[in-house]
Design a protein around this ligand. Structure first.
Ligand code: SF4
Length: 440
């Protein structure tokens, strides 16, 4: 393990740092290392970088803000023109095409500029790669009978592969004592409404079916849909949490049976409730445990801890594998939040040791956790803070890859092709490292 004990050392991004990681982590593709660094730092889009000839899909703010500063403070067009994702290639490290989610940060050392008419990402003066922006699906041109835009009802991410249905754009875990400390779902809803944008709080099944009819007839790229949203503690529209979320796959699968792979990101449910979603046609279940350490779970996810509890949450994740099959249970954790201040681990080594225990616990049972890279959003309980150093993410990717290979697990379904140059999952590099055999 590299010298990773001192968290007070958070070296700024630089080519020298990336080259050091390249030498130290030969088992990780450079595409993954650079991707994690860009995700942790965000991107500063210069106004010129929006002057491209081909129309592209901008951020739909599909669930959280995933920005480092408030929407109202984003200048020079970044609030409306930043692309959903970028696909970079070439540059100093000769990267294969790498898809990365956009997190606006005007203070980032990563600057998107225009070079000979092509958006190009720079770190200081060094070119990291030329960039493509995602295409706009043809069906984005329609409007529903109720007057809604497809990008608001059923936006696509992962370069068009995943249709993301945040059917409830709030969470009933509310305020500091209940909201997960890294999550800005409620705040993002308020800032989107405050900016005067159409941003539906609870999505209508009929709107979704209408958009899906266009996707069905016009789209060849989308393969998967995700149903998700905030937690429901009492009821929503007179429905329990299970009944509320269940209505969506029931309607979609009845109308378009198995046309796409259905996923559910929701709380950890008891087996009987999991069975209802399985019977409705959901194939992949993401009961996200967020952070493995029990003490941190209680501090960082206070609502989940008090309403469900850590032990029950973990038990439910494990038991849900009996319903969906272990390879179809893919719980997420928030990579790096175990290093957050004030409650997190003080060293990268401690954080990795803890998180690796969680990986081993689940992967030994055939369940493959995945992670998203923590983005310290300003309106969250944790607020703006430096976030983990790059070496943490390199250690995390190594731990994930080693454990995944140790148990000889299959490629997680519903994420497209794995490996550098092919992965489309854009909020962490776990798919980019699969199958990589290392370099000299
Ligand atoms: S359960 Fe936590 S992470 Fe999920 S939406 Fe609510 S506050 Fe956010």
């Amino acid at each position: 393990m590299a010298e990773i004990s001192d968290l007070t050392q958070r070296p700024a991004s630089s080519i020298a740092l990336l080259e050091e990681m390249e030498r130290t982590y030969k088992d990780l593709p450079m595409e993954a290392i650079v991707k994690q660094d860009i995700l942790r730092q965000g991107i500063h889009f210069l106004p010129e970088s929006f002057q491209v000839l081909t129309p592209y899909k901008s951020k739909d703010y599909f669930i959280f803000s995933f920005d480092h500063i408030p929407l109202a403070d984003l200048k020079d067009g970044a609030d409306t023109k930043a692309p959903e994702e970028i696909k970079i290639s070439g540059g100093h490290f000769g990267l294969l095409k790498t898809v990365i989610s956009t997190r606006n940060n005007p203070n980032s050392p990563y600057k998107m500029k225009l070079k000979e008419g092509v958006p190009t990402l720079f770190l200081d003066e060094t070119e990291i790669g030329s960039a493509e922006y995602p295409p706009i699906p043809s069906w984005y041109r329609h409007k529903t009978k109720s007057g809604k835009l497809p990008g608001e009802i059923a936006p696509v991410i992962e370069w068009g592969y995943l249709i993301y249905l945040t059917v409830f754009r709030n969470c009933q875990y509310f305020g500091k004592d209940e909201e997960c400390a890294y999550c800005d779902i409620n705040h993002n809803y308020r800032q989107q409404k405050g900016a005067g944008r159409p941003y539906t709080g609870v999505k209508d099944v009929d709107d979704i079916l209408e958009v899906f009819s266009w996707i069905d007839s016009e789209d060849e790229i989308a393969k998967v849909y995700t149903i998700t949203g905030g937690s429901v503690l009492t009821n929503l529209k007179k429905k329990s949490e299970v009944d509320f979320y269940l209505q969506y796959p029931l309607a979609i699968e009845e109308r378009f049976p198995k046309r796409w792979m259905g996923k559910l990101v929701a709380q950890a449910f008891e087996k009987e409730d999991c069975q209802k979603f399985k019977d409705a046609g959901i194939q992949i279940y993401h009961p996200n445990y967020e952070v493995w350490d029990k003490n941190l779970f209680e501090k960082i996810c206070p609502g989940k801890a008090s309403w469900i509890g850590y032990d029950r949450w973990i038990r439910r994740v494990v038991e849900s594998a009996e319903v969906f099959g272990p390879e179809n249970v893919i719980p997420n954790f928030v990579g790096g939040v175990e290093l957050s201040e004030p409650h997190g681990f003080k060293t990268v080594g401690e954080a990795i040791n803890s998180t690796k225990q969680g990986l081993d616990f689940f992967m030994s049972k055939g369940i493959v956790p995945r992670f998203t890279a923590w983005c310290p959003e300003p309106y969250t309980t944790l607020g703006q803070q430096a976030g983990p150093p790059l070496v943490y993410f390199c250690e995390l990717l190594r731990a994930w890859k080693e454990t995944f290979e140790l148990y000889k697990l299959p490629v997680p379904p519903g994420y497209g092709e794995p490996g550098p140059g092919r992965a489309v999952f854009s909020v962490s590099a776990f798919m980019d490292v699969i199958g990589y055999s290392g370099r000299n």
